[in-house]
Design a protein. Structure first.
Length: 207
């Protein structure tokens, strides 16, 4: 990865056999530390995702205003820390629930972060906004992205709250989950779930 994404290197208890270092992620596999980095060095699909992450991160830093780059570097360091944490401590990914395959979880972590970087830095086309009337609550303006590695949305609640959300598995409709908001669309209706507040039913505003 780029110099701003340097990873703390802790030697493995046993030097990984050369046969295990089959893939080529963005870092030196002879210095791989921990379960996730070892997996990245063994699995070509995950290695490609890691290389993609490095490319997108570099492009995002170049595209972002100077004042936002420091914030994004800190966010990337935190993401790496979360990625390398024990599996039970992985956050914000329903595909990382107990019982799911580790590769699926790591894939989800990468796809979500790549999508976030692409959207934040304008590396993907901004879709037309969709407006929702949520009763007594502020209007919700949602941007649904389908050109990212995983479908994602930017959800604005009035002018005070904005959240990045990714598509999560659901029995029906499209459920986008973020750190602060969950927005679950079903046809021209939606359910707004704002942490710490009552759920609100919404309906799409017709143009």
């Amino acid at each position: 990865m780029a110099a701003s994404m340097s990873i703390l290197v802790v030697p493995l208890s046993v030097v990984a056999p050369a046969v295990l270092l089959a893939a080529s992620p963005s870092f030196d596999c002879t210095k791989a530390a921990g379960q996730v980095e070892a997996l990245l060095c063994k699995d070509e699909d995950l290695a490609k995702l890691d290389r993609k992450m490095a490319e997108v991160y570099s492009a995002a830093l170049h595209a972002l205003p100077e004042g936002d780059r420091k914030t994004e570097r800190a966010a990337q360091r935190q993401w790496i820390k979360d990625r390398d944490a024990k599996r039970e401590n992985w956050r914000s990914e329903s595909r990382c629930a107990k019982g799911r395959d580790v590769k699926d979880c790591v894939t989800a972590l990468y796809e979500s972060r790549i999508a976030e970087l692409q959207i934040k830095s304008g590396l993907v086309r901004v879709p037309a906004p969709v407006l929702y009337d949520c009763g007594n609550s502020d209007t919700v303006t949602a941007y649904f992205y389908n050109d990212t590695p995983i479908p994602a949305a930017v959800v604005n609640l009035g002018v005070a709250v904005q959240d990045f959300a990714i598509l999560h598995p659901s029995g029906s409709g499209a459920k986008y989950g973020g750190a602060k908001l969950t927005f679950w669309t079903k046809g021209d209706t939606a359910l707004l779930i704002h942490k710490g507040k009552p759920d609100v039913s919404c309906s799409e505003k017709k143009r």
